[in-house]
Design a protein around this ligand. Structure first.
Ligand code: TRP
Ligand code: SF4
Length: 405
């Protein structure tokens, strides 16, 4: 597996600007990001170009949605001090890498991505027979590869895109990592590690290449990672040399599967804007309370003393997310025996949702009142991301013979 281990600790993920976020986003994605940011070097970005691949005829929604979404991220606890937050189109290098990768990407790879046909069928009202839409998974590949991210938190539906990214990286390294004089350059680089380490490295390499010894491979990688006096290019050469290929310029990422959110919508289906069953993070408490109070319950509970079955009730789904064991027992018992009423049953859920959202809404208000602060957080994130992206592009241009100095 061709990964550049030193970049393993980097996480990248993007979200399309779809406007204000709801509890489904919070439980499905944002809570996960908040955890990851403490552990890894995280890059989170607003995928505005991705939104254009499907909403090219309606760009005004995108602009507005971008800032609303960023405010919701910050309100949910995604922290610009820990993670880099930026907007895709403000790092135009993504587009350059997308273009260059398009040169080597077989059409069939894109046509075979499941989301291509699925989305065309699903979004029938839109004309998605465009070049941009076909290429969108490759744009995603560029998003990931430009930061040499090792891990990409995505949902099930996006795993195929990460797989495509891996294939494109492999193909790129295969074609452009084979610089003339590669072997000699690699041997020179080995020497730079010093006699002892060089000997060790060569022994591991032999054990891996001749006997497929995985432990030796791991040990050699660890050894390379610990080297202080070799530069980026040499490191890439050595990672490739170790495995018997060319330079590994682009790193193959792994998907970090975020288990599908268990967050139900107000009607018991998955919470989603297209079903109109959401609770937005910034909905007014009264609106939330009212929405929960009026949400449907098990239809067999027509009168107060008709017993019900929590399994047939969307409110129970909320208890599964929010309630402790004793409350859940109280619901099970009370529902089946008609000992409690539905209004009563909903109250702990209402309390829990409002309590969860209170600090989020307070933070959101602070950011709403300071649009310049939000702008500057993004400007700073863009700058940091861009430095990284430019570094990768230098290497990519060099590998492809596009440096004219
Ligand atoms: N395609 C993703 C989506 O629709 C968003 C996205 C764009 C993304 N680029 C990415 C996710 C890179 C992870 C990594 O949800
Ligand atoms: Fe649903 Fe609770 Fe009413 Fe039972 S008592 S039907 S679980 S709301």
């Amino acid at each position: 597996m061709n990964t550049v281990p030193s970049q393993h600790a980097r996480v990248l993920s993007g979200m399309r600007p779809t406007g204000r976020l709801h509890l489904g986003h919070y439980h499905g994605v944002l809570k996960n990001w908040v955890e990851l940011q403490h552990e890894y070097d995280c890059y989170f970005f607003v995928a505005d170009w991705h939104a254009l691949t499907t909403h090219y005829d309606d760009p005004s929604i995108i602009q507005e949605s971008v800032w609303d979404m960023v405010i919701d991220w910050l309100a949910a606890g995604v922290n610009h001090g820990e993670a880099k937050l930026f907007i895709q189109s403000m790092v135009p290098e993504h587009a350059e890498l997308h273009l260059l990768l398009s040169m080597i990407t077989p059409l069939g790879w894109l046509e075979r991505v499941p989301s291509y046909k699925d989305q065309q069928e699903k979004l029938k009202e839109r004309d998605l027979a465009t070049y941009g839409f076909l290429g969108y998974p490759l744009l995603q590949a560029a998003d990931i590869l430009i930061y040499k991210a090792g891990m990409v938190p995505v949902g099930e539906d996006q795993v195929a895109h990460v797989e495509l990214t891996r294939e494109v990286a492999r193909r790129f390294n295969h074609i452009y990592g084979r610089e003339p004089g590669f072997e000699q350059a690699a041997e020179q680089a080995v020497k730079k590690m010093g006699k002892k380490n060089a000997k060790l490295f060569n022994r591991y390499r032999k054990a891996y290449q001749e006997q497929g010894d995985q432990e030796a491979l791991e040990a050699a990688r660890a050894l390379l990672e610990g080297q202080q006096n070799i530069g980026v290019a040499d490191r890439e050469r050595l990672f490739g040399y170790l495995e018997g290929g060319g330079r590994l310029i682009l790193a193959e990422p792994q998907p970090l599967l975020t288990h599908a959110s268990k967050m139900p919508g107000l009607d018991g289906q998955k919470m989603s804007k297209s079903y109109g069953n959401t609770i937005a993070l910034r909905d007014e408490p009264e609106v939330i309370e009212n929405a929960l109070r009026t949400m449907p319950t098990d239809t067999s509970r027509v009168r107060r003393n008709d017993p019900g079955d929590p399994k047939k009730c969307p409110v129970w789904q909320f208890h599964l997310v929010y309630s402790d064991d004793s409350t859940k027992e109280w619901v099970q018992e009370g529902c089946r025996s008609a000992g409690i009423g539905c209004v009563e049953c909903k109250q702990p859920v209402i309390n829990a949702v409002l309590q969860e959202l209170k600090p989020i809404q307070e933070r959101a208000r602070e950011f709403e009142e300071q649009p310049e602060l939000v702008r500057s957080i993004i400007a700073e994130g863009c700058e940091e991301a861009r430095d990284q992206a430019q570094e990768t592009m230098e290497e990519v241009r060099q590998a492809m013979g596009l440096i004219y100095r």
